[in-house]
Design a protein around this ligand. Structure first.
Ligand code: ADP
Ligand code: MG
Ligand code: MG
Length: 256
């Protein structure tokens, strides 16, 4: 069974004049239970693919389709996608001055619980739940009391994304460079957060530039993205090969 099937996906920036196509025929299938990785040079369209899957408004789909557990994903509003189990950890998490982190996290968790027909968590039960998760992730509890990402270091923002993921318990997680700029301890935390969700009913799409995270997680498949397409896919050995040799060989194959 497939968690995600992306077929001939084309997307462009919604408002751009002249038209700016970014995704130019992405094909990607992720079976249930598998962890897939996308690597690729800056500007190849990785974050755009992540945003399109999560339903961000900045992009217009011009062709192709996306099935999530066999269901048409693109027709769902972002909230419905989250409720269906899709989670995106952003490459650049936003700062929300004036918004308390615990309240923010509770709102996102309750929106998903409500859409799933589950009881919403009151402030006290949520505090218990979020403290337990923060502890699991070795995150200082006071991050919950602060304003969302305000004054957080790069690494703390990434950890906060992982905390949100852990609280939402998605069936499909997209992590967009969540490992960038992390020290070894934080990297283990990110890997551990994914590890705790791993099951035959969970899949992940990890966008990364580094082999390092993959030392802690065993991906099933590595894909290379270039100029808005997946141009090469192979087993986990490809990540090491790219680290040593760079992308050139695969880009040349694409040009030929
Ligand atoms: P990657 O994540 O692989 O580095 P992106 O998906 O962020 O690449 O970007 C791919 C290309 O699309 C880049 O040239 C980028 O400048 C452009 N792009 C992405 N989003 C927008 C946008 N909202 N407006 C204009 N250009 C965009
Ligand atoms: Mg980039
Ligand atoms: Mg990016």
């Amino acid at each position: 069974n497939h968690m995600l099937e992306v077929k001939n996906l084309h997307a462009r920036v919604a408002e751009a004049e002249p038209e700016k196509p970014i995704l130019k025929g992405v094909n990607l299938s992720i079976p249930e239970g598998e962890i897939h990785v996308i690597m690729g040079q800056n500007g190849s369209g990785k974050s755009t693919l992540a945003s399109v899957l999560a339903g961000q408004e900045d992009y217009e789909i011009t062709d192709g389709e996306v099935l999530f557990k066999g269901q048409d994903l693109l027709s769902l509003e972002p909230e419905a996608r989250a409720a269906a189990g899709v989670f995106l950890a952003f490459q650049n998490p936003v700062e929300l001055p004036g918004v308390n982190n615990a309240n923010f996290l509770r709102t996102s968790v309750n929106a998903v619980r409500k859409a799933r027909g589950q009881e919403e968590l009151d402030a006290i039960s949520f505090l218990k739940f979020s403290r337990a998760k923060a502890k699991e992730l070795a995150m200082p509890e006071d991050m919950l009391k602060r304003m969302v990402n305000v004054g957080f270091s790069g690494g703390e923002k990434k950890r906060n994304e992982v905390l949100q993921m852990s609280l939402l318990e998605p069936s499909f997680a997209i992590l967009d460079e969540t490992d960038s700029g992390l020290d070894i301890d934080a990297l283990r935390i990110v890997a551990g957060g994914i590890g705790r969700l791993q099951s035959e009913h969970f899949s992940a799409l990890i966008i990364t530039h580094h082999q390092r995270l993959l030392d802690y997680l065993e991906p099933n498949r590595i894909h290379i993205m270039a100029q808005g397409k997946i141009v090469h896919s192979a087993g986990p050995e490809l990540a090491k090969q790219l680290e040593q040799e760079g992308y050139n060989r695969f880009l040349k194959e694409e040009m030929a």
